[in-house]
Design a protein around this ligand. Structure first.
Ligand SMILES: O=C(CO)[C@@H](O)[C@H](O)COP(=O)(O)O
Ligand SMILES: [Fe+2]
Length: 226
């Protein structure tokens, strides 16, 4: 196991009254990506932000924007999020009728394409679009809110996702989102995760550099079986 673990702090748990400072602070603390959760109150029960805020984040951030679309009919908004500055655009197969077309379009626009699976959605949903995927995101909570508890049965799914991605021969990264913390990180890394989304485990656990380093150091625990 020789992957570099990337950490993508989710601004959902940041202090929105000083979002610019929060973004600068996680960047300085070593974040690899900035995770932005877009929710529409329809696909998920919560409403968060849209392209305007993504555009504002882009003015501050120098690291790639990892935009997670939890919205119905994402195809209608791909251009808008591209124009706003998204570098990675992740959609839910449960929210689009034509996942292959959606992923293809994301890449055509010059972004990396991700697919995020709800906990109850099987890996079969992406089996035939692996060639179109840069990132396979396994939701380890039901999407909609930050600060939820990790669903332990998702570990097996991460393992299977890693196996499927490796067998495909495409360089697909496995991203995990929801309840990622120092307590869950080692098992996730052992299971094959490459990218950690972490909201509460970073923004609610300052100093941010310690929080990010703690997640990354989980790699050593997996390697040594501590
Ligand atoms: O997409 C989502 C929630 O739907 C996430 O990105 C959360 O923002 C993660 O928050 P924590 O579980 O890490 O607090
Ligand atoms: Fe997310």
């Amino acid at each position: 196991m020789n992957r570099r673990i990337l950490v993508s702090p989710s601004i959902l748990s940041a202090d929105f009254s000083k979002l610019g400072d929060e973004i600068k602070a996680v960047e300085q603390a070593g974040a690899d990506f900035l995770h932005i959760d877009v929710m529409d109150g329809h696909f998920v029960p919560n409403i968060t932000i849209g392209p305007m805020i993504v555009e504002a984040c882009k003015k501050i951030a120098t690291i790639p924007l990892d935009v997670h679309l939890m919205i119905a009919e994402p195809d209608r908004y791909l251009e808008d999020f591209h124009a706003a500055g998204a570098n990675i655009l992740t959609v839910h197969p449960e929210a689009t009728h034509h996942l292959h077309r959606t992923l293809t379009r994301i890449r055509e626009l010059g972004m990396q394409a991700g697919a995020a699976l709800n906990p109850s959605t099987g890996l079969e949903a992406v089996r035939y679009v692996l060639a179109e995927l840069d990132i396979l995101m396994i939701m380890t909570v039901n999407p909609g809110f930050g600060g939820q508890s990790f669903i332990p049965t998702m570990l097996e799914k991460v393992r299977s996702a890693r196996e499927m991605a490796d067998k495909s021969g495409y360089p697909i990264r496995i991203e995990v989102d929801g309840g990622v913390a120092p307590s869950t990180a080692p098992d996730l890394i052992c299971a094959g995760a490459d990218i950690f989304v972490a909201g509460s485990a970073v923004f609610l656990r300052p100093p941010y550099s310690d929080a990010i380093n703690l997640l990354r150091s989980a790699e050593t625990q997996c390697r040594t079986g501590e």
